[in-house]
Design a protein around this ligand. Structure first.
Ligand code: ADP
Ligand code: MG
Length: 371
């Protein structure tokens, strides 16, 4: 009897607030390591992006606004799921489950909670798929950071027996996964990835991001300002640790520009923020991923050529490339990870790595909303 194909969907919308990434993947045992069937990116409509950004901080009537934004998000998730089904000719009922991260509006593991807004019941109803959602809370309940959750997937996809690799996911926030040849998998958030670069670019040039980092490349790194940025205690805190827009936001940047009495050129700030992302990532690799031979970049930051140059300059002995060279396109890694985590949940297997998150033990993650 032929085995049932294990087709899973994954949907990710991260701290960058750029939009929704969705994939369909075939995890049937014996199939290729990651058989990507289809992928799509749906950019957030401007109004929804603005509302999601506003919901990152306390404001009047936020419960009602959150409920409405969650429904709008769920509708985009449904749209993205339908697109990947159409593109691959796979019917919704042949998808075992969709793993949906949701949109983080608060991340407070130190208080015992995190919130990824979504309406998984609405997605199950309208996409005709079983949905797995709310992946982070169980790990936090077990004393963990609830983040990062992608390292188990990175380990399954990218580990090599004789090559010490590090995976760097540069989204709004950047996180690393250390894949040594012998020791345990480790990982943590290193700090800002694109989040400060994007907000400065939007504010100064009305451009949502700095394409290829060209604007940053036209500026000069301000080393006094960089030192002020680097004084942030998060960067030297030992792992396990995770962060988000709760810490790295416009207020964080503005306080430091004020402290520096900054009056220079806007592109120099962009150059300095790029240096901050590159330096904190490289510091994390030097401090916690000793002996790394290869750094594979994924997430939108992989398209920032200037950032890549700065990272290469920081780590001259490490071969820097994108995950594309290891078989998974950089823009698909995170959504694939949530498809894979949904599979682990349905199989009753843990998705967290306690050595990464600091949880008391392995836990089966997420809540299941049957189709
Ligand atoms: N061509 C590009 N040049 C520079 N940066 C880019 C480019 N494309 C995407 N990015 C960056 O990647 C971000 C999206 O990355 P993503 O991995 O989706 O992050 P998140 O998971 O936080 O949503 C964008 O906000 C932008 O900063
Ligand atoms: Mg994104």
């Amino acid at each position: 009897m032929p085995t049932r194909r294990e087709i899973f969907a994954g949907v990710m919308s991260g701290t960058s607030l750029d939009g929704v990434d969705a994939v369909l993947a075939d995890f049937t045992p014996g199939a290729a390591k990651s058989a990507l069937l289809a992928a799509t990116h749906v950019t957030f409509p401007t109004a929804l992006r603005g509302e999601l950004l506003a919901l990152q901080a306390s404001a009047p009537d936020e419960i009602v606004r959150m409920g409405r934004a969650a429904n709008a998000l769920a509708d985009l998730y449904v749209h993205a799921l339908r697109s990947v089904c159409l593109a691959s000719g796979i019917a919704a009922h042949d998808v075992v489950a969709a793993g949906i991260h949701g949109q983080t509006v608060r991340h407070r593991p130190q208080e015992g909670w995190t919130l990824q807004i979504n309406n998984p019941a609405r997605v199950a109803e309208h996409a005709y798929m079983t949905v797995v959602a709310d992946f982070r809370m169980r790990d936090i309940a077990a004393g963990g950071q609830g983040a990062p959750l992608v390292p188990a997937f990175h380990a399954a996809m990218f580990s090599e027996p004789d090559r010490h690799r590090v995976i760097a996911n540069i989204g709004g926030i950047a996180n690393v996964t250390d894949l040594p040849t012998k020791d345990d998998v480790r990982g943590f958030d290193t700090g800002p990835g694109n989040v400060l670069l994007d907000l400065w670019s939007l504010r100064q040039r009305n451009a949502p991001y700095d394409d290829a980092g060209a604007w940053a490349a036209s500026g000069t790194i301000d080393h006094a300002l960089l030192a002020i940025f680097l004084a942030e205690p998060y960067f030297v805190a030992p792992p396990p640790k995770s962060t988000g827009r709760d810490l790295f936001n416009a207020g964080w940047l503005d306080r430091r520009l004020t402290q520096a009495n900054w009056t220079g050129r806007a592109e120099d700030v962009q150059a300095t923020l790029s240096a901050l992302t590159a330096r904190t990532l490289a510091d994390a690799v030097r401090a916690h991923c000793g002996g790394a031979q290869e750094l594979l970049i994924c997430g939108g930051g992989a398209r920032n050529a200037q950032l890549r140059r700065l990272i290469e300059a920081e780590l001259p002995r490490v071969h820097v490339a994108s995950t594309d060279t290891a078989g998974i396109a950089s823009e698909h890694v995170e959504a694939l990870a949530f498809a894979w985590l949904a599979r682990e949940t349905l199989a009753g297997r843990p998705g967290n790595l306690p050595a990464v998150t600091g949880a008391k033990g392995p836990r089966v993650l997420g809540a299941i909303y049957p189709r």
